[in-house]
Design a protein around this ligand. Structure first.
Ligand code: PHE
Length: 336
């Protein structure tokens, strides 16, 4: 009887491969599991056996039956699926809701900033995230050992070359190096903004991250003045925060690559205190000279603002780390 069970299984395996439609499948089911099948013959012969043989053979027969049922079930599912696709689409079945993604809040804010500056005839340019010491510091009037380097805690990149004096690389600490790269290749007048990711070797807290985003601005041409800067930046913030009556304060400040340097504070409808929103100033004569411009003929202003910070102010986000921790409960609130 054990041999018989084995034969049933092998001949089933050969037969079933040939079942090409549901009709053949049904014939197969009757042949192997029906009342007149060889398997049920074995089952009915069991009563003639001793209790011990019954246990042994009964177990094997049951295993064969379960196997046949499982294979037949899979086979039917496969045939039905094939049939449904080949022959008809059931248009009465309920639809499946598709889920579309959406932009990250920082991307949205960056796009909004770009939109406003593009409307004022600025161009958008981008630069590398791994920079040389030269562009990130020296060319911006911040030589090695200048105390101002302490304003930017820096991630240095492990040198590829051990040669003494080989240029050192770093993760850019601000988007300002793009001022130099752009001026080297272009002749004024021009006005650009530079969105980009920047890096600071700092402990993180609610308002500090080791990487964040900045938006740099640079406008150079004959007679470009701080008054031009004031007008453009006030227009920008009023539009960005949708608050035409907001107040501005320009405080003297220090950045080695501008002279004079300022920090811009805003106070919107409902703000109880001044909020610092950007560093800026007139491009330093040394910087203009270093890129081959004559500072007696062209002048310019530059500014740098934190995209994350603007997003936090606009949407009342209390912690910069929300932008980066990937928590969808946060991100999904910014679906348009
Ligand atoms: N690069 C400066 C910073 O990251 C900001 C700045 C840009 C200041 C341009 C003045 C002019 O702190």
């Amino acid at each position: 009887m054990l041999d018989k069970l084995k034969t049933i299984k092998t001949s089933f395996q050969q037969d079933i491969a040939a079942a090409a439609d549901l009709e053949q499948w049904e014939a197969m089911r009757v042949k192997y599991l029906g009342r007149k099948s060889q398997l049920s013959e074995v089952m009915s012969m069991m009563k003639t056996l001793s209790a011990e043989q019954k246990r042994d053979i009964g177990k094997q027969a049951n295993e064969v039956r379960l196997y046949l049922e499982a294979v037949l079930e899979d086979m039917r599912n496969a045939l039905e699926a094939k049939g449904a696709h080949a022959n008809q689409i059931d248009v009465t079945r309920p639809g499946v809701k598709t889920t579309a993604g959406h932009l990250h809040p920082l991307t949205r804010v960056e796009d909004e900033i770009k939109r406003i500056f593009l409307s004022m005839n600025f161009s958008v340019v981008e630069g590398p995230e791994v920079e040389t010491e030269h562009y990130n510091f020296d060319a911006l009037n911040i030589p090695a050992n200048h105390p101002a380097r302490e304003m930017w805690d820096t991630f240095w990149v492990k040198p590829g070359s051990k040669t003494a004096g080989a240029p050192r690389n770093l993760l850019r600490t601000h988007t300002s190096p793009m001022q130099i790269r752009y001026m080297e290749k272009h002749t004024p007048p021009f006005q650009i903004i530079v969105p980009g990711r920047v890096f600071r070797y700092e402990a993180t807290d609610a308002s500090h991250e080791i990487n964040f985003y900045q938006m740099e601005g640079l406008m150079v041409g004959p007679d470009v003045s701080l008054a031009n800067f004031k007008y453009i930046i006030e227009e920008f913030f009023k539009e960005f925060f949708n608050d035409p009556d907001m107040q501005f304060r320009f405080r003297p400040s220090y950045f080695p690559f501008v002279e004079p340097g300022v920090e811009v504070d805003i106070k919107r409808k409902g703000d109880s205190k001044w909020l610092e929103v950007m560093g800026a100033g007139m491009v330093h004569r040394n910087v203009l000279k270093a890129v081959g411009y004559d500072p007696n003929i062209v002048q310019g202003f530059a500014f740098g603002m934190g995209t994350d910070r603007l997003a936090m102010l606009k949407y009342k986000i209390p912690d910069i780390r929300f932008f980066y921790n990937g928590d969808l409960r946060f991100i999904k609130q910014f679906k348009k």
